[in-house]
Write a protein that binds this ligand. Structure first.
Ligand code: C2E
Ligand code: MG
Ligand code: MG
Ligand code: MG
Length: 292
């Protein structure tokens, strides 16, 4: 009987599945220790206005693993979400970002910058999220009006009322909200109408092929027109070329982020000195209702 069971179990043994499970477990264990071993750090990617002037930055998480090298968030955030590790990690991110923000507040060159921080669905849904943010603001001394939280539609699904209420609480503290990866989710339009958002980020997948794909142009134009009508600030992600910038500027997009301007870099490598002279300013500048 025991022998029989053993043989049945063996039938289910697949070395490839086993390898995947082991790799996952190892990744999870590594990630669990990453905070206390101080292997996490934040990179910052500049955001500019239509004239190329720096107006803010997005904090982007990096994991420097001794075994794996620099792991990008795409390779560990999903696992962190699944295992709940995203909660302590996200907490660390907010804290580190606020400490950076305080440093910026102290220098005239950087005092006007906003700092955008990505917040995962699971992290945002923690019952004590608002309290934690308030605590971090209080003990770091970061200016809440300079802090922007980036949510994706997945943060909202199934928790609309709660999310709206929580957003209002945080907005009372002075924080602002961006809807990240806009256009890639399910019921974008519903959320757009109901959430107290300040900014939408046009997903880079629509920006990438602007010049080859007329469908993407229609989508981008529609998102911008809709955002303008709803009085939201619009930022395009993944701006990689001057042509992207020109095109989006002609559509009256407010803000820009992408490799054309700057890659994500450590805080001390961030170039906020306004690297583009006005002579290089693209096409028509528009009257923004959302000055930096
Ligand atoms: P995201 O928030 O949409 O961030 C934009 C991603 O696009 C970043 O990738 C950035 O490096 C990349 N990017 C920026 N400009 C360009 C460009 O011109 N071309 C291309 N091809 N890519 C560009 P990254 O840093 O690998 O982050 C990936 C995703 O991981 C982020 O997407 C965000 O969803 C998540 N993430 C990053 N940091 C955090 C964090 O602290 N917490 C949470 N919960 N998620 C994070
Ligand atoms: Mg983001
Ligand atoms: Mg995005
Ligand atoms: Mg993304």
């Amino acid at each position: 009987r025991a022998k029989q069971e053993g043989r049945d179990a063996a039938c289910f043994y697949d070395p490839r599945v086993q390898a995947v499970i082991e790799a996952r477990t190892a990744l999870e264990q590594g990630l669990r220790l990453a905070i206390e071993r101080q292997q996490l750090c934040l990179f910052y990617q500049l955001q500019v206005d239509v004239g190329g002037k720096p107006i803010g930055a997005e904090a982007l998480l990096r994991w420097n693993s001794p075994e794996r090298g620099r792991v990008s968030p795409g390779d560990f955030i999903p696992l962190a979400e699944e295992t709940g590790l995203i909660v302590p990690i996200g907490h660390w991110v907010l804290e580190a970002a606020c400490r950076q923000l305080v440093l910026w507040q102290r220098s005239p060159l950087t005092a006007g910058l906003t700092l955008a921080v990505n917040v995962s669905a699971r992290q945002f849904q923690q019952p004590d999220f608002v309290e934690r943010v308030a605590n971090i603001l209080a003990h770091t001394g970061a200016d809440p009006r300079r802090l922007k939280l980036e949510l994706t539609e997945s943060a909202v699904i199934g928790h609309v009322e709660e999310t709206i209420q929580r957003m209002h609480h945080l907005k009372e503290l002075g924080l602002r909200f961006a809807l990240d990866d806009f256009g890639t989710g399910y019921s974008s339009l519903q959320y757009l109408k109901r959430l107290p958002l300040d900014q939408i980020k046009i997903d880079q997948s629509f920006v990438r092929d602007l010049h080859e794909d007329p469908d993407d142009r229609v989508i981008v134009e529609t998102i911008i027109a809709m955002g303008l009508a709803l009085d939201l600030q619009i930022i395009a992600e993944g701006v990689e070329t001057r042509e992207h910038w020109r095109y989006l500027a002609a559509q009256r997009c407010h803000a820009y982020q992408g490799y054309y301007f700057a890659k994500p870099v450590p805080a001390d490598e961030l170039n906020v000195s306004g690297f583009m002279g006005p002579a290089e300013s693209p096409g028509p500048t528009t009257q923004s209702r959302h000055p930096a």
